[in-house]
Design a protein around this ligand. Sequence first.
Ligand code: ZN
Length: 158
Amino acid sequence: MPQLPDLPLDGLFGQVIMDHYRNPRNRAPVASPDIHAHERNPFCGDAVTVDLKLDNDGRVVQVSVQSEGCSILQATASLMSEALLGKTLEQLLQLSGQFRDWMQGRLKSNPPELEPMQALQVVRQHPVRIKCALLPWTALEVGAQGHRQAKKFPLLPL
Ligand code: ZN
């Protein structure tokens, strides 16, 4: 496995990243989730699992995000897990697109809901590590898209 360069995690933003890395939020599993997605990045060994429970209005009522891998992946997964409650899948996909645009330099700042994500801005200067920060969002997108497809084309009872 190639050794990734260490990022300078100093200052206030560095402290936020290290705090989420050391004490990841919302890791407890969710029983019978409506959305389940798992993504890996074989390049650096990152892996993340997203489980969400929705209410009858399609809003997120329970969140579980489990990750293993580098500090950036784990911190992003934890930060992301705090931004999902109460959102619809459409809103999640929109936030995800905005985060992706910000990470890749197409947006100057994150939307207000993703304010804590500003802590990750050091990552934007390290293209190799951007993949680590995007992996949890990719899992979220895959899970949300899959759920929408399943709603649109429900399996017919035999
Ligand atoms: Zn990584």
